[in-house]
Design a protein around this ligand. Structure first.
Ligand SMILES: *[C@@H]1O[C@H](CO)[C@@H](O)[C@H](O)[C@H]1NC(C)=O
Ligand SMILES: *[C@@H]1O[C@H](CO)[C@@H](O)[C@H](O)[C@H]1NC(C)=O
Ligand SMILES: *[C@@H]1O[C@H](CO)[C@@H](O)[C@H](O)[C@H]1NC(C)=O
Ligand SMILES: *[C@@H]1O[C@H](CO)[C@@H](O)[C@H](O)[C@H]1NC(C)=O
Ligand SMILES: *[C@@H]1O[C@H](CO)[C@@H](O)[C@H](O)[C@H]1NC(C)=O
Ligand SMILES: *[C@@H]1O[C@H](CO)[C@@H](O)[C@H](O)[C@H]1NC(C)=O
Ligand SMILES: *[C@@H]1O[C@H](CO)[C@@H](O)[C@H](O)[C@H]1NC(C)=O
Length: 423
């Protein structure tokens, strides 16, 4: 990897790896391309799941310019997030699917009109009538042109910022999380023609909910395997990523082959299941995903950090652990922190994350590319925040999507995470 990022923001040389030959499949703990070559996801997240249901940033840059950041940053893939509401609207033949309605409904007529005009100015092939799905299609076409693999992540059902407990999107059967619509949405998205589409994340950050189906591994098994069946039927080539519980912070029961239990006193009482890869038509497509943030501003040394984290699911990639029953590839599908030029060195998180990737050789998807959002609503916060054009301090790009926000941070985190996979 020739990657040199100067503090001036000038990229000296960047050679993106050639697009792997699709489809991808799994073998033990590895993801292989169709030539049998090892593939690691080296990605960032590009959100398209918030109120407007349009990938972020198009009021500041063209699809082509935004996609060009992937090869420039040395990334080979994108985790593009979407809301099931987008597919529900397709089935309902809703008039709200156009770019015009999507933006005006989200931002109001006064501010929305300006933002819509900015989007059309930067992206002259779009019109007011271009639909959300057509915008996603344009993104997919450009990803193909620039050699970037598409990973589709179902982030939410109802379109807004993820994730809070009891926000309605968190667990099967919760207010917005209607299981049938979710599965129908996956059938639709997996069947759709996306040139470099290679993998799906069934559901982002499953988590507790007070009013929903029982929150237990048995319920997880039932619905996750149904959704995986639907994806596999629609596209037998796609890899299928499985999120763990508690905001996808642990998934160890799956590699350890534990019995997946229901909950005493609930509808799933006494019910059990086992996740046995050989039971599934998609047994060579299973990938486990895990998230790791630095909410505790860790000062742990890396031995403590990596050994604690290992127990949350990295047994999946450790053939030498006698407790590991099934090997699966693992991808850290979210990690990140503020891109302010100093944070990366203020806690041990960044350093230890790089060590973890170096040690276990797992792919990753940084959170996130966006320098700003059309609109962000974060329910559950008091006062509830609904902010237009919100700055995203964690974004790799600056507010107007024209440059890297913090080159020194990228040099000390993203670039080192890439290097950790290249020995
Ligand atoms: C379209 O959006 C408007 C404004 O948010 C809403 O009132 C209306 O119910 C939506 N129509 C459909 C068919 O979803
Ligand atoms: C519209 O934009 C203005 C200026 O950018 C901002 O102050 C205002 O809060 C926005 N309106 C809404 C409803 O968010
Ligand atoms: C958008 O759709 C409306 C209603 O179908 C139509 O009248 C209008 O001509 C279309 N505009 C463009 C730019 O395609
Ligand atoms: C399910 O229950 C069994 C029996 O109590 C227990 O051994 C197992 O660890 C439980 N599974 C999980 C994932 O906690
Ligand atoms: C679950 O098993 C226990 C102990 O065998 C039994 O008492 C209870 O009635 C069962 N509950 C259900 C809902 O079947
Ligand atoms: C920050 O950088 C200094 C100087 O390189 C180093 O000694 C220190 O360990 C770093 N701190 C963290 C938390 O990485
Ligand atoms: C984008 O923002 C940067 C500062 O963050 C500024 O220097 C630059 O002029 C802006 N570009 C445009 C096109 O607004």
């Amino acid at each position: 990897m020739l990657f040199r990022y100067l503090a001036s923001g000038l990229i000296l040389g960047s050679v993106a790896a050639a697009l792997p030959s699709l489809p991808l499949s799994t073998k033990g703990r590895d993801i292989l391309d169709s030539d049998g070559k090892l593939f690691h996801h080296v990605s960032t997240n590009w959100p398209g799941h918030q109120e407007a249901m349009i990938p972020e940033g198009l009021q500041y840059a063209s699809v082509e310019e935004i996609v060009s950041w992937f090869p420039k940053l040395g990334l080979n893939s994108v985790r593009l997030t979407f809301a099931i509401e987008m597919i529900d609207d397709i089935y309902a033949n809703s008039p709200n699917q156009t770019l015009e309605k999507s933006i005006l409904n989200a931002l109001g007529t006064a501010n929305g009109t300006g933002v819509l005009n900015q989007i059309l100015a930067h992206n002259p092939t779009f019109s007011k009538n271009t639909t959300r799905l057509q915008v996603f299609d344009a993104v997919a076409k450009e990803l193909d042109k620039q050699g970037i693999i598409l990973h589709l992540d179902n982030h939410v059902s109802k379109a807004f910022w993820c994730c809070g407990e009891n926000d309605g999107n968190g667990w099967f059967g919760e207010k917005f999380f209607i299981v049938e619509n979710w599965i129908r949405g996956w059938s639709y998205m997996a069947k759709h023609n996306w040139p470099t589409f290679a993998s799906v994340g069934l559901r982002n950050e499953l988590r507790n909910a007070a009013t929903a189906e029982p929150v237990d591994w048995y319920t997880w098994y039932t619905h996750m395997t149904s959704a995986a069946n639907a994806v596999h039927e629609a596209d037998p080539d796609a890899l299928i990523f499985f999120s763990g519980l508690s905001f996808d912070t642990y998934i160890d029961p799956i590699p350890l082959g534990k019995t997946l239990n229901g909950t005493a006193g609930k509808a799933t009482a006494n019910k059990t299941a086992k996740f046995i890869p050989d039971d599934f038509a998609w047994k060579n497509k299973i990938v486990l995903e895990i998230h790791k943030y630095d909410f505790e501003a860790t000062q742990d040394n890396c031995d403590a950090f990596t050994s604690k984290w290992y127990e949350k699911g990295f047994q999946a990639v450790d053939a030498s652990n006698p407790a590991t029953k099934y090997l699966f590839p693992m991808v850290i599908s979210e990690w990140g922190f503020i891109q302010n030029g100093v944070y990366f060195n203020q806690t041990t998180y960044n350093k230890c994350l790089i060590e973890m990737v170096d040690k276990w050789q797992v792919g990753w998807q940084q959170w996130e590319l966006s320098g700003s959002f059309y609109l962000q609503t974060r329910p559950g916060r008091v006062p509830q925040e609904t902010i237009q054009d919100l700055d995203e301090a964690w974004g790799l790009l600056n507010h107007n999507w024209t440059a890297v926000r913090s080159p020194v941070t990228v040099e000390n985190s993203l670039a080192k995470m890439i290097a950790a996979l290249q020995q």
